[in-house]
Design a binder for this molecule. Structure first.
Ligand SMILES: Cc1cc2nc3c(=O)[nH]c(=O)nc-3n(C[C@H](O)[C@H](O)[C@H](O)COP(=O)(O)OP(=O)(O)OC[C@H]3O[C@@H](n4cnc5c(N)ncnc54)[C@H](O)[C@@H]3O)c2cc1C
Length: 386
């Protein structure tokens, strides 16, 4: 059973990992009366990454966690999302207010650090133990009613509990990310598609943009330092349309991030084993092409707390979580991979056909297509069974 609060105290959960998934799950469980301890192997709480797009489904999940208004306050409400070619030609432009009307929540750009800090504040200071790497799944599972494995792409918990699960593989392209001062108030997000290269700009705070770039290259061939990485980016993207060259000039090499993109080759067949459950990238690390990894993690947190709220045995509740979340994650995982193939691995013929298809797709059709990714809504609260 989900242990009811009683003389022995509330049911207890251990969360492994204090990224977006772990913190969001801790918030959700604490709101429904669980005693939660989060173990984070890093010495301090920190958010790796620069910025994030939060689509309406992610904003609905944040609302369900009681954090939607706080995040809206720290984020930029995006007014449009455009796709361009390197010479500046627009392939498509989606009015984000139409997206917001359709889905009942805005499209936000936010600094990853701001989102992480809001989640950490909501968990509360005593609940997170930094410098605490969990290595023994069996021992934590024996001590707690629930173990939440939120330890990311290279999840140790997944390896321990799901020995046959697929491992992360290189997706064939690399990314650079940075926060850059724009000097001008911008509210439109854009992505520019070249030949196996992309450049994206997402406003995340007043006068600050999250910029990202991708290129199809062998894994591991990184430059020796940020200055050399930035020089390489200028060679690749310096001739692209404004404001890309100016943004690269404004970037700080000391904070430029470079990561080769790895993703799980497939989502595990089940996201739970007994009373242990996978959330976030540990469950379903996908390629970043949909901007939905953090959104899925927030959804996981909401759904997990929901299935545990009605008093069913924990393992039974986790089976319901697993069935609904696996289907959702597997669909987005596959869609994101297809988009990766179209943008990072296309030959010139496919590339022209792709661009023509994007240009000719009416906005109404693009809006309807967003339902598959952004149409998720939190489950309605159920009353607790006796
Ligand atoms: C280039 C790029 C761009 C992206 N853009 C977007 C976007 O725009 N929108 C979006 O929604 N998503 C985006 N994502 C995806 C998103 O960043 C991830 O899906 C999300 O951050 C995953 O969070 P997580 O908490 O599951 O994992 P992580 O952030 O990896 O957190 C895992 C935590 O677990 C800790 N840990 C690991 N092992 C242990 C252990 N044994 N014991 C204790 N602690 C441990 C780690 O230190 C870490 O803090 C992007 C990803 C990439 C790579």
């Amino acid at each position: 059973m989900t242990p009811p609060p009683g003389p022995a105290g509330p049911p207890s959960a251990t969360v492994v990992g204090a990224g977006i998934a772990g913190l969001a799950t801790a918030v959700a469980l604490r709101r429904s009366g669980w005693s939660v301890t989060v173990h984070e192997r890093a010495a301090t709480l920190r958010a790796l990454g620069a910025g994030l797009v939060l689509a309406p489904n992610a904003v609905h999940a944040l609302d369900a966690l009681g954090l939607g208004d706080a995040v809206r306050e720290h984020a930029v409400t995006l007014t449009a999302s455009a796709l361009r070619r390197p010479d500046g030609r627009t392939l498509s432009r989606l009015d984000a207010s139409r997206l917001a009307r359709r889905h009942g929540a805005p499209l936000l750009g936010v600094e990853r650090g701001a989102l992480h800090a809001l989640l950490a504040d909501a968990v509360g200071p005593g609940a997170v133990r930094c410098g605490s790497a969990v290595t023994d799944l069996a021992s934590v599972a024996a001590q707690h009613d629930l173990v939440v494995a939120a330890d990311g792409l290279r999840s140790h918990m997944r390896t321990a509990g799901w020995p046959g699960a697929a491992a992360p593989t290189y997706s064939g392209y690399t990314t650079w990310r940075a926060l850059v001062r724009t000097g001008a108030p911008v509210t439109e997000a854009s992505e520019t598609w070249g030949r196996r290269e992309r450049f994206g700009v997402v406003p995340v705070a007043e006068g600050v943009a999250y910029v990202f770039a991708t290129a199809t290259v062998p894994a591991g061939r990184h430059a020796p330092d940020g200055a050399a990485e930035l020089a390489g980016l200028r060679r690749r993207f310096g001739g692209w349309h404004a404001p890309i060259p100016a943004l690269l000039d404004a970037a700080d090499p000391a904070t430029l991030l470079r990561h080769d993109v790895h993703a799980l080759s497939r989502v595990p067949a089940s996201l739970h084993r007994g009373t242990t459950v996978l959330v976030g990238d540990a469950a379903h690390a996908l390629e970043p092409n949909l901007g939905q990894g953090a959104g899925l993690a927030l959804e996981d947190a909401v759904v997990l707390a929901h299935v545990l709220a009605d008093g069913a045995p924990v393992a039974q509740a986790l089976a319901r979580y697993s069935a609904s979340r696996r289907a959702r994650a597997a669909e987005l995982h596959a869609t994101s991979r297809r988009l990766g193939r179209l943008t990072q691995h296309a030959n010139p013929v496919v590339e022209s056909a792709r661009d023509a298809a994007v240009r000719l797709t009416p906005a109404a059709v693009a809006l309807r297509a967003s339902d598959r990714t952004m149409g998720w809504r939190p489950p309605r609260p159920t009353s607790r069974r006796g």
